[in-house]
Design a protein around this ligand. Sequence first.
Ligand SMILES: *[C@@H]1O[C@H](CO)[C@@H](O)[C@H](O)[C@H]1NC(C)=O
Ligand SMILES: *[C@@H]1O[C@H](CO)[C@@H](O)[C@H](O)[C@H]1NC(C)=O
Ligand SMILES: *[C@@H]1O[C@H](CO)[C@@H](O)[C@H](O)[C@H]1NC(C)=O
Ligand SMILES: *[C@@H]1O[C@H](CO)[C@@H](O)[C@H](O)[C@H]1NC(C)=O
Ligand SMILES: *[C@@H]1O[C@H](CO)[C@@H](O)[C@H](O)[C@H]1NC(C)=O
Ligand SMILES: *[C@@H]1O[C@H](CO)[C@@H](O)[C@H](O)[C@H]1NC(C)=O
Length: 183
Amino acid sequence: ASPPVSLRVSPNRTQHFTSGPLSLSCEGEINSTGWRVRRYTHRERESDCSSGWGSVTGSTCNISSLSPSHTGVYWCESESGESSNPVNITVHNGSVILESPVHPVPEGDPLTLHCLYRHTNSSNLTAKFYKDGLPLQPQTPGEMTIRTVSKSDEGLYHCKHPERGESPQSWISVRGEKTFHII
Ligand SMILES: *[C@@H]1O[C@H](CO)[C@@H](O)[C@H](O)[C@H]1NC(C)=O
Ligand SMILES: *[C@@H]1O[C@H](CO)[C@@H](O)[C@H](O)[C@H]1NC(C)=O
Ligand SMILES: *[C@@H]1O[C@H](CO)[C@@H](O)[C@H](O)[C@H]1NC(C)=O
Ligand SMILES: *[C@@H]1O[C@H](CO)[C@@H](O)[C@H](O)[C@H]1NC(C)=O
Ligand SMILES: *[C@@H]1O[C@H](CO)[C@@H](O)[C@H](O)[C@H]1NC(C)=O
Ligand SMILES: *[C@@H]1O[C@H](CO)[C@@H](O)[C@H](O)[C@H]1NC(C)=O
């Protein structure tokens, strides 16, 4: 069973540019048990949003200006020690990031990946997409669509533009969805 609380990330993607904002909020069966946002980073190990890297309002943690040190694993935790599923956040001080989902994609769903650029809001650029280091079949420029996601689509993705450079890699995981019972 999945936890009653999940971490909502806004903008809703794994990779972010430095100096951008990030909002993290605990959503779901929130009650008086006090859910807060926590993270793990290589340098600080585990810490609370209230320890200084974000500003807390209720069960929301806002970061006004991201830096590479915000790269880590984030989750919601209650006072009694219950946790949401963890989410990877990567902050990149470069020109290109991959727009990929923070939560596992349900098997059978469609998935579209974009390459985003720091200095333009257009994604109409000739990016190439890679999975586990290997180039994927070219499709629409600047976009990668998987019509029906299956377990085999799980892996490390990144994108690359001939002049602007390449994004970091992000893990995309696939969640086994419905089980059909044949009677
Ligand atoms: C946190 O950030 C979100 C998204 O930018 C914004 O809508 C919200 O008002 C912010 N909350 C606080 C308490 O600043
Ligand atoms: C609050 O929710 C948690 C699970 O999300 C549950 O274990 C706890 O009993 C609830 N507390 C109250 C006061 O409802
Ligand atoms: C986070 O990223 C690591 C390495 O890329 C991966 O092994 C792990 O499964 C990811 N965790 C989540 C919650 O996506
Ligand atoms: C980001 O990159 C710019 C230009 O390369 C550099 O001047 C700046 O110090 C870097 N910032 C961080 C936080 O690494
Ligand atoms: C980004 O979008 C805004 C509003 O849609 C537009 O005014 C602006 O010119 C765009 N900037 C670039 C660099 O495309
Ligand atoms: C990309 O831009 C070119 C020229 O501005 C336009 O002809 C083309 O339709 C655009 N492609 C997409 C997918 O938006």
